[in-house]
Design a protein around this ligand. Structure first.
Ligand SMILES: [Zn+2]
Length: 301
């Protein structure tokens, strides 16, 4: 073992070795600590990403600060969220939550790199109060414009249409939101959540993705289409978005419980129920999902 510091130059060389160029468009899922000691910290990683790639998409979600319980008695089927017991406690939660605004920090669970971009670099950020995205570079405006309040994963769909890639820096597929898009294109993994878009206001937001803690079981199925390098102590992987979507679709079509756990108390259970309803033709959300998938697939031809 050696503990030499990793530099921005090392990171840039590693990203170039993955095949990334100024025409590349990627969604970045990252762990700064996975590199070991980085000379310059998160700034050095961001410098290397900006120098190597043309368009970068980062998760910018703020659900940790803006989320609310479901309002009293608002029960959606297979939705895996608790309701506030009464309006007094819902209103208390509403006044306690932060409202979304452009300067609201990114959820710490998403790592320090997206927050560094938000705080210190030129970027575009969407204003979804639960599932915001941050983008930089040539395609940033297009990616961010593809998000709607009712279609939070639109930026990844736009990345797919550009022939983009998923870049994972020291993290597993448990962070890979593109798998959620694959699920949603099949009418699964679509939850209603509640958040605060402005002071004193609450909003119901459809198509929020669900659990991802079993997503790394996709890894052997993506191995042949994934490039991998080591940068310091970090394993960096690059996989085409199209490949992630195709493999997700195949796995879910083969088994309704694919990429989920079998704990009945987990959100995964509600997702399995959504998938079974879809197969039985009972889920009114499914046709829209299928149409959207077909339209997106057609526009790529
Ligand atoms: Zn689970």
């Amino acid at each position: 073992m050696h503990s030499a510091a990793v530099t921005a130059r090392d990171i840039r060389a590693g990203l170039e070795q993955l095949g990334l160029t100024r025409t590349s468009a990627v969604i970045v899922h990252s762990s700064l600590s996975s590199f070991g000691h980085v000379d310059g910290g998160a700034d050095a990683v961001v410098d290397a990403l900006l120098a190597t790639c043309g368009t970068l998409l980062f998760p910018g979600a703020t659900s940790h600060a803006t989320r609310l319980p479901a309002p009293p008695q608002v029960v959606r089927e297979n939705n895996a969220i608790a309701c506030a017991p009464d309006w007094a406690s819902f209103d208390a939660a509403l006044s306690k939550a932060a409202h979304f605004h452009q300067d609201l920090p990114v959820n710490r669970n998403l790592g320090l790199i997206p927050e560094t971009v938000r705080r210190d670099r030129q970027h575009v950020r969407s204003s979804h109060p639960y599932f915001s995205y941050i983008a930089t570079g040539a395609g940033a405006d297009d990616l961010i414009a593809a998000q709607r309040l009712d279609w939070p994963l639109g930026p990844i769909e736009a990345l797919w249409q550009r022939g983009g890639h998923v870049l994972q820096l020291g993290v597993s597929h448990a962070t890979n939101t593109t798998i959620h898009l694959g699920e949603q294109q099949l009418g699964r993994g679509r939850f209603y959540r509640y958040a605060k878009p402005a002071p004193g206001v609450w909003m119901e937001l459809p198509n929020i993705p669900g659990a991802s803690h079993r997503f790394d079981t996709i890894e052997p199925h993506l191995r042949s289409s994934t490039r991998q390098v080591t940068i310091g102590a970090c394993t960096a992987s690059l996989t085409p978005v199209a490949e992630v979507l195709t493999v997700t679709r195949h796995l879910i079509e083969a088994s309704p419980s694919a990429l989920l756990c079998d704990d009945r108390t987990c959100q995964c259970f509600a997702e399995v129920q959504q998938r079974l309803r879809y197969i039985a033709g009972l889920d009114e959300r499914s046709p829209a999902a299928t149409t959207r998938y077909d339209e997106a697939a057609a526009s790529r031809r």
